[in-house]
Write a protein that binds this ligand. Structure first.
Ligand SMILES: NC(=O)C1=CN([C@@H]2O[C@H](COP(=O)(O)OP(=O)(O)OC[C@H]3O[C@@H](n4cnc5c(N)ncnc54)[C@H](OP(=O)(O)O)[C@@H]3O)[C@@H](O)[C@H]2O)C=CC1
Ligand SMILES: O=C(CO)COP(=O)(O)O
Length: 329
């Protein structure tokens, strides 16, 4: 495991590539846009997605699938809704034995499938792992310390990849629960939007803590349906990421919610951003699955109603607060 490929050069792909270089891996990052390729290769900065963070000149960018695939393992970091098309495009250049590590956070809206299920359909022969946890891209790119979950069904391969990319400031904890590692990261984005709305409405710190904790209960209920292990949902890729994302406007999801709480519309907010807020997509499918399967997810439903049905934030908050009292667990 000496050569690392990173597929997708947004903020997170770029940050992960810096971690790869720091771990001593010969790292190449694939970007869809020529502007990003030249920005990384010539200015050693990703001016489009990770501005003002200097990148190691050892990091090489490419737009060529063959170059990306001439590596020992590949981190997949396209937005979740583009994962299927991205991997289909990659497939003709991909060796069957190359491990693929899902680093994106989301559920495919058109099918309700986890990204590991999408890969099982598109590239069934490649080993698939999941890397997820509380990690803001800018902090990782600057080399600040973090810890993540690296989940894979083959413990030897998981250990090998952890050893290859791990370093004191980038600590992968190994797990066998590929499902659990994906559920927390996908749903916390929806809950971060909800927390942002609470912050934007100035409902106070107590309300924020209540919402995060009851949000975790929603993650648990949803995770159970997919067969996630409860312990994983309480770990770095679940509770850890929920805490991080709900605590800071560094989060695109949390800041989106905050702006909604302050009275802005989705159209106004999205017009000022080129970055992805996965929760705004994930909410569609989580809401739909929860409704279909009868899973009680009132916070997720509230986010759906506000974002997708244009329901008033004050009215929606009142409805949430008026729910009947019940047992906590
Ligand atoms: N930012 C963060 O702190 C973290 C993000 N993540 C997850 O990583 C994933 C990527 O997020 P992030 O890197 O932040 O994204 P950004 O918002 O920074 O960048 C957008 C990304 O979307 C890609 N993109 C845009 N349109 C398309 C398209 N039509 N087809 C394929 N790719 C497209 C861009 O690719 P290109 O460069 O080729 O234009 C770029 O990689 C998300 O699932 C996110 O939840 C996970 C942990 C931390
Ligand atoms: O996943 C993240 C941190 O772990 C990043 O969150 P946002 O996508 O909300 O910025």
């Amino acid at each position: 495991m000496k050569k690392l490929g990173v597929f997708g050069a947004g903020a997170w792909g770029t940050a992960l590539a810096t971690a790869g270089v720091r771990a001593g891996l010969d790292t190449v990052i694939w970007a869809r846009e020529e502007e990003v390729v030249s920005s990384i290769n010539q200015s050693h900065e990703n001016t489009l997605f990770l501005k003002d963070v200097p990148l190691d000149p050892a990091l090489k960018a490419t737009g060529d699938y063959a170059v990306l695939c001439d590596t020992d393992f590949i981190l997949l970091v396209t937005p979740a809704q583009h994962m299927r098309a991205g991997v289909e495009a990659l497939k003709p250049h991909l060796k069957k034995e190359t491990p693929l590590v899902i680093c994106s956070k989301g559920i495919e809206v058109s099918t309700g499938k986890l990204l590991s299920e999408v890969l099982a359909e598109t590239v069934p022969d490649n080993p698939v792992l999941v890397l997820s946890g509380p990690t803001f891209a800018a902090e990782v790119a600057k080399g600040l310390p973090c810890a993540l979950t690296l989940a894979g069904s083959d413990p030897v391969l998981t250990q090998e990849i952890a050893a290859a990319i791990g370093q004191p400031t980038f600590r992968p904890y190994q797990s066998a629960d590929i499902i659990g590692a994906q559920i927390g990261g996908a749903i916390k984005n929806v809950l971060a939007i909800a927390t942002g709305i609470v912050v934007g409405l100035k409902l106070g710190e107590n309300a924020k803590a209540a919402l995060i904790t009851r949000g975790l209960a929603e993650i648990m209920r949803f995770g159970e349906l997919f067969g996630a292990e409860r312990e994983s949902l309480m770990g770095l890729a679940g509770l850890g990421d929920l805490i991080l994302t709900c605590s800071s406007t560094q989060s695109r999801n949390m800041s989106l919610g905050k702006e909604i709480g302050e009275g802005k519309t989705m159209e106004d907010i999205m017009a000022t951003r080129n970055s992805v807020a996965e929760g705004a997509h994930t909410v569609d499918i989580v809401y739909s699955i929860a409704k279909d399967k009868g899973i009680d997810m009132p916070i997720t439903s509230a986010v759906y109603q506000i974002l997708k049905e244009g329901r008033d934030v004050f009215e929606t908050t009142d409805v949430l607060l008026a729910r009947p009292y019940k047992t906590e667990l």
